[in-house]
Design a protein around this ligand. Structure first.
Ligand code: NCD
Length: 353
């Protein structure tokens, strides 16, 4: 299906709903580009969950780790990260290395020929000549989408992974969040039927947006959105949830809602997206998880955060076994190994190992 993009023009393609676009982003029954969370259905999430667990297991032995590093040893990845990142960047780097891929990075637009006036099209065409996959983070909302479209039209198309695009989506973060949640509730009846509370700047947080889409694949999920009125979850997500019959509650309360949640997903204020002084109106202290809140958290509850944190979770909370966020970071790496293995079609080999 991916090849069919070559016959389309951008203006027709750009306006397609994500569900339609998703059809163009697969090849031979597997994901080719990973641009948004609506590309994942339950079957694929289950496959990646099993694959991620298997990869963790295989990599535990020296022989297994060495074997994994032969699987994509002929492939080269470009990490094109034109927006600050520590975790996602290093996590992808490490994931590529686990499979033996070579990695090169461009992190500053000043070092790119786009500064000399080269068009995005020519720039991407150059990229596709040297690399086998583009993994990109960009401040612009549709950058990964456009890049995948342009690369799909070249004579040497390569896959694109969106590692964060503006305020819009962060699909691989959502994948690792789902993995972390499933792991947490594995022996507690699964993620189905659980109540997830998302807290903070829900309006401009791309992680919570992408996570909402993925959560609709799990029946019986209930969502609580806890944020100040001015930072509420956007309507496009709420409409999607309604269409999928996922119940959600919006509140400006935080502390009093803690006992209701099985998982609490904290997020930071996304003030880099301010157009004026709007972040000044956000009372961060009201939407922060402090040590005193631990007693209200369910005994089997979990606390997540995509990180970086800036005070939304007091550091003393880290010692509690329900604090998941550092394990979440590690899970991110394994999830990204699984995703790369799937894209390049070595997933079956790994599962048979
Ligand atoms: C998130 C992001 O970049 O959206 N960080 C990450 O990738 N783990 C969250 C954030 O920056 O607040």
């Amino acid at each position: 299906m991916k090849r069919q993009i070559a016959q389309m023009n951008w203006d027709d393609y750009r306006v397609l709903p994500e569900g339609e676009k998703a059809k163009y982003l697969t090849s031979d029954g597997r994901l080719y580009d990973v641009l948004f969370s609506q590309q994942f259905n339950r079957e694929l999430l289950d496959h990646l969950f099993v694959l991620t667990n298997k990869i963790r297991l295989v990599s535990k032995t020296r022989e297994g780790a060495e074997w994994l590093s032969t699987l994509l040893a002929t492939k080269k990845a470009l990490l094109y990260f034109i927006q600050p990142s520590t975790r996602t960047f290093l996590s992808f780097w490490s994931a590529c290395s686990t499979l033996g891929m070579k990695v090169i990075d461009v992190r500053s637009p000043e070092t790119s020929s786009e500064m000399k006036g080269e068009s995005a099209e020519d720039n991407l065409r150059t990229i596709s000549s040297y690399f086998d996959i583009l993994i990109t983070r960009h401040p612009e909302r549709g950058y990964a989408d456009k890049a995948s479209f342009i690369l799909g039209k070249t004579r040497r198309p390569i896959p694109t992974i969106n590692a964060g695009s503006g305020k819009d989506q962060h699909p691989t973060q959502a994948l690792l969040d789902i993995f972390s949640l499933r792991k947490s509730f594995d022996k507690l009846g699964g993620l189905e039927g659980k109540t997830i509370m998302m807290v903070g700047d829900l309006k401009r947080g791309r992680t919570v947006r992408s996570l909402c889409y993925l959560l609709t694949n799990f029946p019986g999920i209930r969502l609580i959105f806890s944020s100040p009125e001015a930072f509420k979850m956007e309507n496009d997500i709420k409409d999607f949830l309604k269409r999928r019959h996922v119940s959600f509650l919006e509140t400006e309360e935080f502390a009093s809602m803690i006992p209701d949640a099985d998982a609490i997903y904290m997020t930071r204020l996304q003030d880099e997206h301010d157009t004026g002084n709007e972040s000044k109106t956000f009372d961060v202290s009201k939407f922060a998880f402090r040590e005193e809140h631990l007693k209200a958290l369910k005994p089997n509850g979990v606390l997540l955060h995509p990180l970086p944190r800036r005070g939304e979770i007091e550091e003393r909370v880290d010692l509690d076994p329900r604090a998941m966020y550092w394990r979440q970071v590690r899970n991110g790496m394994w999830t990204r190994v699984a995703l790369l293995a799937h894209i390049f079609g070595v997933d079956k080999k790994i599962l048979e190992k």
